[in-house]
Design a protein around this ligand. Structure first.
Ligand SMILES: Cc1cc2nc3c(=O)[nH]c(=O)nc-3n(C[C@H](O)[C@H](O)[C@H](O)COP(=O)(O)OP(=O)(O)OC[C@H]3O[C@@H](n4cnc5c(N)ncnc54)[C@H](O)[C@@H]3O)c2cc1C
Length: 489
């Protein structure tokens, strides 16, 4: 059987790539190594029956707001987003917590001396924020909101630490920005980390960072059901090692890491391009612990229970130290910890009165150091008694993460370092980063713009690249009309 396109890897980007191509009338086969689809979108009873854990991705601000995913009828295919009362909580040592709420005013009101500075930073970004987000979640190109993008870019170009110190005087606002900027998985004194902080703050003012009812796998199931309705075919349980194993197609799209593209397609790509792929910088990795808990996390600031995500790490300075350590190959004794509380808002995740726990910290690439104790010390610092709530735990190191999904090279969860040299041009600087020198081979994984996270935008933009190649510019114009993310009315 000949297909128009074979997609290798069924993560959110591979699935969104297949969706965009199938919408445009192409025949698509998705080939996946595991027996189930989803990549980063998986859930399982990892520890005890009745406790459903998110294996990878947990909280989805970029999923619910994704310019492409929000055009898909995922609710009709079974997906229910659950939005918590607030997006994120950031506990402080004095027993208080700063909450990232939907309202800029409510959020700013907690920030004391920085109330007005925070509102001045965020309010202008919230005029037609969907269009700004579409610009931010794409490759370099003609922006839809050039002035808003320029305003965002002027601030975002800076380091998160520089912006926080320059704009804010109090520890609350600085910590709030630092916790959001730490999603960059880079030292906070690196250029453009302010953009990541502002992006996550912006999403928190557009939607309350949601989880998927039933587990993140529900997103994959909805995508699969929609794709089947479009006629997309699947071949699971097939770990591709060479292009020669695949059926004939006009184009092949890799939802994989650059290292895997080298392994699978070296003989089809020129040596210079392969050398550039090999130089790709993956950045720090992740160490994760899943828990069965016999009650909610006993935060000293109980309002933390209103948030799907809790940024555990204290002050800007502490978070900056922890992120720098992970980047420079050192182990932080006081790591910044991302805690997610899915079972607070979704009663399908755990038996009544009991809870799942989800926590990870950033560690050096491929690190083998066990961070369980350091993670629990940090949570205990802001939630005394946490340790006594633990019924069972399961820790996974970067090596385990890569073993589980080879696209997470070295335990890296966001497709590679999103620093200034790799933010818009990943994995290799090309006018069209989704194309390769081989006109039949394309990339759509998180190592292409806009990078990590469940948003499917790498897949969507790669689909445009494939369509441009297969249909020419006139064909793309017809198809692009159909694919263009909807403008909010
Ligand atoms: C622990 C963890 C926590 C995270 N938390 C969040 C979060 O809360 N929110 C968020 O938005 N993002 C989160 N992420 C990041 C997010 O999951 C990824 O950025 C996203 O899944 C990337 O999607 P992708 O389609 O590019 O690749 P992936 O999701 O990695 O999918 C790649 C697919 O390719 C398959 N594959 C690999 N090798 C082969 C092969 N040789 N042949 C065939 N198939 C192959 C894999 O099995 C996988 O299904 C997290 C990731 C991890 C690991």
């Amino acid at each position: 059987m000949q297909y128009d396109v074979v997609v290798i890897g069924a993560g959110p980007n591979g699935l969104c790539n297949a969706a965009a191509l199938a919408q445009a009338g192409l025949s698509v086969l998705v080939v996946e190594a595991k027996d189930n689809l989803g990549g980063g979108l998986r859930s399982a009873e990892l520890l005890e029956p009745g406790f459903v854990h998110d294996v990878c991705s947990a909280v989805h601000p970029l999923g619910i707001l994704s310019p492409f995913m929000r055009t898909l009828p995922l609710a009709e295919h079974g997906l229910t987003w659950i939005e918590p009362p607030v997006s994120a909580a950031h506990p402080l040592d004095d027993g208080r917590a700063v909450l990232l709420s939907r309202s800029v005013q409510t959020t700013a009101a907690q920030l004391g001396v920085d109330e007005r500075a925070y509102a001045r930073l965020m309010s202008p970004l919230l005029r037609e924020p969907e269009l700004l987000l579409a610009d931010l979640l794409g490759p370099l190109g003609l922006p839809r909101r050039p002035f808003a993008l320029a305003r965002f870019g002027l601030r975002g170009l800076r380091s998160a630490a520089g912006l926080a110190r320059g704009l804010f005087r109090g520890q609350e606002a600085r910590a709030l920005l630092a916790g959001c900027a730490a999603h960059a998985i880079l030292p906070l004194d690196k250029l453009f980390t302010a953009a990541v902080g502002m992006l996550f703050l912006l999403t928190g003012h557009m939607a309350d960072w949601p989880i998927a009812r039933g587990g993140s796998a529900a997103i994959a199931r909805a995508l699969e059901s929609y794709l089947r309705s479009l006629g997309v075919q699947f071949q699971v349980g097939t770990r591709v090692r060479s292009l020669s194993e695949l059926p004939p197609a006009r184009a092949y799209v890799f939802d994989l890491a650059p290292r895997q593209v080298i392994e699978i397609a070296a003989e089809h790509l020129p040596a210079r391009y392969l050398r550039r792929l090999a130089r790709y910088d993956y950045g720090p990795a992740v160490f994760k612990v899943d828990y069965v808990l016999d009650g909610p996390i006993p935060w000293r600031a109980p309002e933390c229970l209103q948030a799907s995500t809790v940024h555990v790490g204290g002050t800007l300075e502490e978070i900056a130290r922890s992120e720098r350590a992970a980047y420079t190959g050192a182990i932080s004794e006081a790591p910044f910890v991302m805690v997610c509380q899915q079972s607070q808002f979704d009663d399908t995740r755990a038996p009544a009165g009991r809870h799942t726990g989800y926590a990870y910290c950033h560690v050096p690439f491929a690190s083998t150091v066990d961070m369980t104790a350091a993670i629990e010390r940090q949570i205990e610092r802001f939630a005394p008694g946490f340790g006594s709530r633990i019924v069972a735990r399961r820790a996974i190191s970067p090596r385990d993460i890569e073993h589980d999904n080879p696209a997470c090279v070295g335990g890296v969860i966001a497709g590679g370092a999103a620093d200034i040299t790799q933010l818009f041009t990943r994995p290799v600087a090309r006018l069209d980063p989704y194309s390769t020198p081989n006109p039949r081979l394309f990339l759509c994984g998180a190592s292409t713009p806009p990078g990590g996270g469940v948003h499917g935008m790498c897949g969507y933009h790669a689909a445009r690249s494939v369509l441009r190649r297969l249909h020419g510019r006139a064909g793309l114009r017809r198809i692009a009309q159909q694919l263009e993310p909807k403008r909010e009315s």
